[in-house]
Ligand binder design. Structure first.
Ligand SMILES: [Zn+2]
Length: 373
């Protein structure tokens, strides 16, 4: 399969390929089934997963993609590589599989990061808590920057306004506090970016239930979650939970992988209500004694320079503004193209490096955790 063919053009094509892969998995695991959850929407949208149990439930691989909708175009390619190249190297007698195709199908189909209710699902995995509107009070100070009102009529003028306001807030709040306020998550502005919702979402609940059922059934779990966007352009980063007991340096050595960080303010950025933290919290609270390693594959696109981070913020803000307030076709298309280049790049060199990094990380993690035969 050539590189371009690995990356699906549509949600439907990705799903059809995944469903077709059931028979491939079935040649290796006898106890295999395709299961799905219909999204409550007028369109044909489903969360699909392949469930393959081992006779002796020792080890489990959980693979998730598309929590941020549009990021599922890259995630789907990585899942395909994992199925084709790494499943044949696992031991079906002792190793189970839970392969989740796309957690947020509405977002993938409509090329947004959020679900249909504008919820960033990676701020919605809250442990035994309702979303707290008072969390992240700095976000309200930034509302004029992050939530501009009205139709987008002039992209250059909007970008300039965002740049000037960002500089101002950077100077007054400080870069660390400014970055945290924009990205950590918020529960008070339903039309804002990084909105974590006013309740646990349907998609989140489906994944929470799967995690509880499957992690509870096995001695040891590896969970790999695919994301794109933040980070250096040509180096995928493994981003661990702050709850992972090993340091990033230890993981890098054990996995023979050059770029590992933790989702803390000093190493990556802090996130409230994220999926991989939830996995650790669940395991500790309900399954102490089980061994769990959960991590994010973060395929960076624009890079980490100040200019790149500003460009990222501009695109995020304008994409959201167009969603709520509209724009003429020309502006809408331009912003959609920018958004796609940020979360689902088409450049061949980028894709080739992303694939090489993913292979190296799959190999390193599976080997270090004792999953390879
Ligand atoms: Zn993401």
């Amino acid at each position: 399969m050539n590189i371009a063919d690995l990356f699906p053009e549509t949600y439907e094509a990705s799903r059809a390929r995944f469903r077709d892969d059931l028979k491939h998995v079935h040649t290796l695991w006898r106890d295999t089934s395709l299961q799905l959850h219909c999204i409550d929407a007028p369109e044909d949208l489903t969360i699909d997963w392949i469930a393959a149990h081992a006779a002796q439930r020792e080890r489990l691989v959980i693979f998730t993609t598309g929590e941020h909708g549009i990021e599922g175009y890259v995630g789907s390619a990585m899942l395909k590589i994992f199925i084709d190249e790494f499943l044949p190297r696992l031991d079906p007698r002792t190793t189970g599989l839970l392969l989740v195709h796309i957690i947020n199908p509405w977002g993938m189909k409509h090329k947004r990061r959020t679900n249909a209710h504008n919820v960033d699902l990676n701020r919605n995995f809250l442990w035994n808590a309702e979303p707290d509107q008072s969390f992240n009070p700095d976000y309200a100070r930034l509302a004029a920057l992050l939530l501009p009102q009205g139709r987008v009529t002039n992209v250059a003028a909007s970008n300039l306004a965002i740049a000037v306001k960002s500089l101002w807030h950077n100077a007054t709040l400080g870069a660390t506090r400014f970055g945290r306020a924009t990205r950590v998550g918020q529960y008070a502005f339903p039309q804002g970016i990084f909105y974590g919702g006013d309740a646990i979402q349907d998609e989140t609940r489906v994944v929470m239930n799967l995690l509880r059922e499957w992690i509870g059934a096995y001695d040891q779990t590896i969970h790999l979650d695919m994301h794109t966007g933040y980070g250096p352009r040509y180096q995928m980063q493994l981003v661990n939970s702050a709850s992972e007991p090993r340091s990033s340096r230890e993981c890098a050595a054990q996995f023979n992988y050059p770029s590992v960080s933790a989702a803390t303010a000093s190493e990556f950025y802090e996130i409230h209500g994220d999926l991989i933290d939830y996995v650790y919290t669940l395991a500790r609270a309900e399954f102490p004694g089980k061994r769990v390693y959960s991590t994010t594959f973060e395929f960076g696109t624009f890079g980490l320079s100040t200019a790149s981070l500003l460009r990222t913020l501009q695109i995020k803000i304008l994409e959201n503004q167009v969603h709520w307030f509209g724009a003429c076709d020309e502006v809408r298309d331009r912003i959609a193209r920018d958004f796609e280049s940020l979360y689902a790049p088409r450049e061949n060199d980028w894709r080739a490096k992303a694939i090489a990094d993913a292979r190296q990380a799959f190999e390193g993690i599976l080997r270090a955790e004792g999953f390879l035969q």
